[in-house]
Design a protein around this ligand. Structure first.
Ligand SMILES: O=C(O)CCC(=O)C(=O)O
Length: 317
């Protein structure tokens, strides 16, 4: 497949894997899946570096049709335009409601929008994130199914969120935060605003047409024992044009105790085990505040040493 032209803030991905500080890495899924052995191993190495140094990259040739992305965005726009009384039944702040619409934490979001095209969209994006997860597993020297096995991804949690930032709103559309899941895919309507933090600096994320941004979440940081960091990101609004983004998040099975994969923690565990469901509940008790939620899982080595193991039920409770 062809490689699109890249805007200036994107890494050109030469075979030596070099990139400049500000260029967002680009990962070609077609090479990861269909490349020959040499191409694949280079692409996996490149992906590993993107996860280690950024926790954020773009994926191209990802196989989700642009028409499907467009159709979900159109369906979502329609719902945003419904009169308030028709939307009232979806104004439900619980995360587990099949469809919800809110104006608090995420500005406005729906989850599991029930129209058929969104069901297909959820299936396609889930397949893409599972393929990326397998490649990420390999990039850490593990079997390609190791992360999926550790997180019980056959029963994964998935959330589809649409954000709408009306014009003339506050400058910060969504404050700096990390995502609670494993990976998230993000695409936006033609208006920029997503920024990612790299080495303490905010970098505007300008997408390649038809690409997705891939955002590493807290569960990737935990399961990799801190080798891959969750990406701190935020949405800025410039007040002239409305902006919409669509975020598709993949998380572990809700009842999985997420903890570092033992092969990645030979020098000591950085995180205690915590059930993903409880992690989300904890995050939702916080105001959006950088990656404060991950602190709840950070291991205090002395406590772990005293209690024996990161699997100790007392500290997993
Ligand atoms: O709208 C954006 O670009 C960011 C959205 C986001 O970070 C989120 O929904 O968690």
């Amino acid at each position: 497949m062809s490689r699109p032209d890249l805007p200036d803030n994107q890494e050109k991905g030469d075979s030596a894997g070099t990139w400049s500080e500000d260029r967002i890495p680009v990962v070609d899924l077609d090479v990861l899946v269909n490349g020959d052995a040499a191409q694949r191993s280079e692409a996996i190495r490149h992906l590993g570096r993107a996860c280690e140094e950024w926790g954020f990259f773009m994926v191209i040739n990802h196989g989700v049709p642009a028409s499907l992305q467009g159709a979900t965005m159109d369906a979502c726009k329609e719902m945003f335009c419904l009169p308030a009384e028709e939307n009232a039944e979806y104004m439900n702040p619980t995360l587990m409601a099949p469809i919800s619409l809110g104006t608090s934490l995420n500005s406005a979001y729906w989850r599991n929008y029930v129209k058929g095209n969104v069901t297909e969209y959820a299936t396609r994006t889930r397949g893409l994130m599972l393929a990326l997860t397998a490649a990420i597993s390999e990039s850490m020297g593990l079997d390609d199914g190791r992360i999926a096995e550790a997180l019980n991804l056959e029963d994964c949690f998935q959330l589809v969120v649409w954000n709408q930032y009306p014009p003339a709103g506050p400058e910060v559309g969504l404050p700096p935060h990390t995502d609670h899941g494993l990976l998230a895919l993000l695409f936006q309507t033609g208006v920029d605003g997503l920024q990612v933090q790299k080495n303490g600096r905010w970098i505007l994320a300008k997408p390649i047409p038809n690409s997705y941004f891939v955002i590493a979440g807290d569960q990737l940081e935990i399961v990799s024992n801190g080798r891959y960091k969750a990406a701190l990101h935020r949405a800025m609004v410039h007040g002239e044009q409305a902006r919409m983004s669509s975020v598709c998040l993949l998380g572990p099975c809700l009842d999985t105790v997420v903890q570092p994969i033992p092969e990645l923690a030979l020098q000591g565990v950085e995180f205690r085990g915590i059930k993903y469901r409880e992690y989300i509940a904890h995050q939702r008790t916080k105001t959006v505040n950088e990656n404060a939620a991950v602190v709840v899982a950070r291991a205090q080595r002395e406590i772990l040493a005293r209690q024996g193991s990161p699997n100790n039920p007392e500290i997993n409770a």
